[in-house]
Design a binder for this molecule. Structure first.
Ligand code: GLY
Length: 593
């Protein structure tokens, strides 16, 4: 007889003791006994995510991520944590976190089984006009489109965050704004990463005395790591928002300060524009990839439509068999991206102003048609690819955070000032930077914006219209519940970065830390070049070149590389939350409990 059975009573007693012990452990410690979980979290992975049992925030700046995690711990839901993190990032990460910009939030509510998509994108002011950035010569005045007060759209962030809180949050406004107010009033230590960014921002602040006063020492010296940055004017504005809600920003003294700033300096936003601003709750776009549901942001972001379109095209290939970042798989990724961005330039715009054939663009049938046109031995030429017929380097300082709470609610939020520190101009007396989102419109058909993106009539400037975005906050569902929450900054590269986050998990079986660390590639139709990160092998790039792909090289012949995106994502596995803050950013953090 087996010795275990000889000692059966002892074995039973031990098993009962272990079961009793397990029952008294916190939930995530209990799950550590799960053999499947042990395999996932064992030593086979080259990169490990942050692991938690109940709630997680992954964001681009640690202090703001902690603010969100503290709200979760205090009993707030994912939306409360998102709003608190959003306002905190406006203080601790002002290169992209903001109250003077706009963005998109996707919320998955587990009890209601609902996914809400909140569009709080900026709008063009009433005085905006189609040709407002054209010089007499007909050329685009790029400085005015990007670095002037006229480059600012009517900010949507405050209205969007408060809409989310009022409709889907649980905590009072004062409670979620409290940490941001404290950080602005008392200050916070500047990190190495932030000190570097502030130093780089020096040029952008030069034209505006208020930005210089807010983000530099009185003698013009940049803040060094470890110094405390206090923002008392911003604290006053946040106080007004906490006590009066959206009125505290869109009406009254803050609105007047914004209008004054504009009036004196060639900007267009008026008190009336501010009073008229409304966030819009939209139906998310939905697709699928190999049994998983992909839910993302609809127009006026192009993000969701093209993430789904690219995944649809790629679903027809066995990427796992082709291998991760091999020439064969990159070849297919690039061709799918090329076709999606050609469609983006033609069809995408604010659905309040133009008819966007979103359903056709995300249909499997259209993807099959595009896939059929891909030659897997030779590169296409972008000049030969124009938009299909669907049925029916600038700094990229947008920022994304992902949150999952203990009840399975999830938030995926991307917001921005557009370029780093937006227009570079702050509202004097109100303490915050304004966006330069007007550059995301197509100032002239065929003239590239700051991200090299082309556009046409669908994205022309018009009063009240929202500029086309690439932001793609996305939630992947498995059996109807959030499985992966992801998104990224990166201007035009957002879409392709999000696609690779999803593929790395769903097609290549990586955990989210591996998926996020993996080298990325990007192609956006025009310019017709494959951008790669360091880590994609030279051999692979040479094979791609031999097939006709254009891959930029340096003067010494070496391949050029560029960092692509900064995704902050959370996935669920074996009952755990696995968080990964993108290590491409010095300050990013995933914090769970
Ligand atoms: N400003 C970048 C984007 O919205 O795509």
């Amino acid at each position: 007889m087996h010795t275990m059975f000889k000692r059966f009573p002892l074995f039973l007693a031990l098993a009962a003791l272990m079961a009793a012990l397990a029952a008294s452990l916190p939930a995530h410690a209990q799950r550590a006994n799960d053999p499947a979980a042990a395999a996932l979290l064992g030593n086979d992975a080259r990169f490990h995510p942050v692991i938690a049992g109940h709630g997680m925030v992954a964001a681009q700046e640690r202090i703001a991520a902690q603010v969100g995690a503290d709200i979760l711990l205090a009993g707030g839901n994912a939306v409360d944590a998102a709003v608190a993190t959003g306002f905190a990032l406006a203080v601790t990460h002002p290169q992209a976190g903001n109250i003077g910009g706009g963005g998109f939030m996707l919320i998955s509510l587990s009890a209601a089984k609902k996914i809400a998509a909140i569009d709080y994108r900026e709008t063009a002011p009433a005085a905006a006009a189609k040709n407002m950035f054209l010089e007499e010569t007909g050329n685009v005045d790029r400085d005015r489109a990007r670095y002037s007060r006229a480059s600012s759209g009517v900010p949507g962030t405050v209205a969007g965050l408060l809409y989310a809180l009022e409709h889907y949050g649980t905590l009072p406004r004062g409670k979620v704004l409290e940490p941001a107010i404290k950080l602005a009033e008392e200050g916070f230590p500047v990190s190495y990463g932030f000190a570097y960014t502030l130093e780089k921002g020096h040029e952008r602040f030069a034209a505006d005395p208020s930005s210089k006063a807010y983000f530099e020492h009185p003698d013009g010296k940049p803040y060094k790591a470890g110094e405390i940055l206090r923002q008392p004017d911003l604290a006053k504005t946040l106080h007004a928002i906490a006590s009066e809600g959206a009125h505290g920003f869109y009406e009254g003294p803050v609105a007047k300060l914004i209008e004054d700033e504009m009036k004196q300096n060639g900007g267009l936003i008026t008190v009336e524009d501010l009073r008229n601003y409304k966030p819009i709750e939209r139906e998310p776009v939905r697709g699928s990839y190999r049994g998983y549901d992909i839910v993302s942001m609809p127009p006026p972001s192009s993000g969701g439509v093209h993430v789904i379109q690219i995944l649809n095209i790629l679903e027809g290939y066995d990427l796992a068999k082709l291998g991760h970042n091999t020439a064969d798989s990159i070849h297919r990724l690039v061709e799918a991206m090329r076709r999606a961005y050609a469609d983006r330039a033609k069809y995408l715009g604010d659905p309040g102003f133009v008819k966007v054939p979103a359903a056709g663009l995300i249909s499997k049938q259209y993807a099959a048609q595009l896939r059929a046109g891909i030659d897997v031995s030779h590169a296409s030429k972008s000049e030969d690819i124009s938009a299909g017929k669907p049925p029916g380097t600038e700094s990229e300082q947008t920022t994304h955070f992902s949150i999952i709470d203990n009840d399975g609610n999830a938030v995926s939020n991307t917001y921005t000032l557009n370029l780093a520190f937006g227009s570079g101009y702050s509202v004097d007396g109100a303490g915050f930077l304004l966006n330069n989102e007007m550059d995301d419109f197509s100032a002239k058909p065929g003239a590239p914006n700051a991200f090299g993106l082309l556009g046409g009539e669908a994205n022309a400037i018009a009063p009240g219209k929202r500029p086309l975005s690439s932001m793609a906050p996305t939630i992947v569902l498995k059996n109807g519940a959030p499985f992966l929450v992801t998104g990224s900054p990166g201007g035009s590269t957002i879409i392709t970065v999000v696609v690779q986050e999803i593929l790395n998990v769903l097609a290549y079986d990586m955990n989210i830390a591996e998926a996020t660390a993996a080298a990325r590639i990007h192609h956006q139709w025009q310019p017709d070049t494959v951008i790669s990160e360091r880590g994609v092998s030279d051999d692979t790039l040479r094979i791609l070149e031999s097939r006709g792909f254009v891959i930029p090289r340096n003067n010494d012949g070496s391949f050029q590389h560029r960092v692509l995106g900064r995704a902050n994502s959370i996935m669920k596995a074996n009952g755990y939350l696995l968080g990964a803050a993108d290590t491409r950013d010095a300050d990013a953090a995933a914090i769970g409990y």
